[in-house]
Design a protein around this ligand. Structure first.
Ligand SMILES: *[C@@H]1O[C@H](CO)[C@@H](O)[C@H](O)[C@H]1NC(C)=O
Ligand SMILES: *[C@@H]1O[C@H](CO)[C@@H](O)[C@H](O)[C@H]1NC(C)=O
Length: 417
């Protein structure tokens, strides 16, 4: 039985270089590979019956009204905060009886305040979040019982609950003091960073499933592009020297490989972007400080092996998805050697990664579809929450015990919302 198809294996010599590289154009595998071991099983877990979630009912000004003001929030890469709410309302894990709940969810859309360009402004988020917590803690007894340790919040903004888009400011602010005991569901994921605390659940950014669906090309189309990337290399406006933007990794990609025939890289975003990814073997994901970039999701959906260039990144659902096996990690300082690194990966390794990527459960886990589907990102969040159960007895405070400091943090955050 023919398991895969070689379209051609060629050897390219490129000008001025003594380096010989075998550029391998790989056809698509004709079967998918189950993810062996626990990872696959975890991805296909059904959370129903393993946890119960109570959804607080808040005044509309915390959610629906905000969305009404700006429907763009529904297509934004941070839209997960809205879809997660909708999903939970009709999910079988929802309980209307808070006394039997394992987890409490507060539907507050802190990221739905967009500039004309569609960038979220998180300046009001801390006050809004504080106001919501004040409300749930005075109207229900559950917050005070643990000061939030059995509560989760969706905070998909750039630096999660640090609520600032500039990294230095975000670090200076730190995670909102009132959220220090809660579980945070966020796109931001970087090890040893003040904006990612232990026990958080890292999720993919929202990418519109239907839109991607309409760009699927026949599965056996050969992958004739070796390395593909579209996006900015420099952020000229904010960072003329290029050292800060994506921590310099994108600038290094451009400087080293702009003339390399194996690299199809450009700032121009073509109409065939999604189709191109399906014709590429490797898709660069220089995520740097921006793990919320939709690039990784797109690569997985289109079966393009993600080349992850982001030291210390924590990828979505990393406890369920074997990222090391699917993708290629390249240290930021090794970007100048990207060509050698990628061309020396043996074809059988590439084929295995492609087969793993073809696994539908992998793609499903990256998406927040409407309506929800088994194994999708909503279900992965629930699985993540279920795996954290039961709560340790120590999270329940003794009568009168207080840990959180309601007056900590910048004074501006203490103003009423
Ligand atoms: C929770 O504790 C705060 C004081 O920290 C108090 O103001 C509030 O009334 C308490 N909530 C309930 C429901 O008892
Ligand atoms: C709470 O935080 C404020 C502001 O940082 C500080 O002045 C105060 O001493 C803290 N309270 C406690 C009990 O730690």
């Amino acid at each position: 039985m023919e398991i895969w198809k070689w379209v051609f294996v060629g050897v390219l010599w490129y000008a001025g270089s003594v380096l010989s590289t075998s550029a391998v154009e790989l056809g698509r595998s004709q079967h998918t590979e189950r993810i062996s071991g626990s990872a696959g099983d975890v991805l296909e877990d059904d959370p129903v019956g393993r946890l119960k979630v109570f959804v607080y009912e808040l005044p509309r000004k915390y959610n629906k009204k905000i969305l009404q003001k700006d429907p763009r929030c529904l297509t934004h890469m941070f839209a997960a905060e809205i879809f997660m709410h909708r999903f939970l309302l009709s999910s079988p894990v929802r309980t209307l009886n808070p006394d039997e709940a394992d987890w409490f969810y507060t539907p507050v859309y802190t990221t739905c305040d967009l500039t004309t360009n569609g960038l979220p402004l998180p300046f009001k988020s801390p006050r809004m979040m504080r106001s919501a917590i004040q409300l749930i803690s005075s109207n229900w007894p559950y917050w005070n019982r643990t000061e939030g340790a059995d509560h989760f919040f969706v905070v998909p903004h750039d630096f999660g609950a640090c609520f600032h888009y500039q990294e230095e400011k975000a670090i200076e602010r730190g995670i909102l003091p009132l959220l220090q005991r809660a579980t945070l569901v966020q796109t931001f994921g970087q090890r040893n960073h003040v904006c990612l605390k232990d026990g958080s659940i890292t999720v993919p950014p929202y990418a519109p499933p239907q839109k991607m669906q309409t760009h699927l090309i026949p599965e056996k189309t050969p992958r004739s592009i070796f390395v593909y990337f579209r996006g900015l290399f420099y952020d000229v406006g904010n960072d003329p020297e290029g050292g800060y933007y994506a921590r310099g990794a994108r600038a290094a990609v451009w400087e080293n490989f702009k003339d390399n025939p194996l690299f199809d890289i450009s700032t121009e975003h073509p109409a065939t972007y999604y189709e191109d990814m399906q014709r590429a073997v490797f898709c660069l994901c220089p995520l740097g400080w921006a793990p919320w970039s939709p690039r990784l999701v797109e690569a997985v959906i289109f079966g393009c092996i993600p080349v992850i260039i982001a030291d210390d990144i924590v990828l979505p659902f990393a406890d369920a998805i074997p990222w090391e096996e699917i993708g290629v990690y390249v240290d930021e300082e090794d970007v100048p050697n990207l060509d050698t690194i990628l061309t020396s990966i043996p074809p059988e390794v590439i084929l295995r990664k492609q087969r793993l990527l073809a696994n539908p459960s992998m793609k499903q886990a990256m998406l927040f579809p409407q309506p929800a589907q088994p194994g999708d990102a909503f279900h992965q969040v629930l699985n993540g929450l279920a795996r954290k159960l039961p709560h340790d007895k120590s999270v329940y405070l003794r009568p009168g015990e207080k840990i959180l400091n309601w007056t900590a943090g910048p004074v501006g955050d203490l103003k009423p919302w």
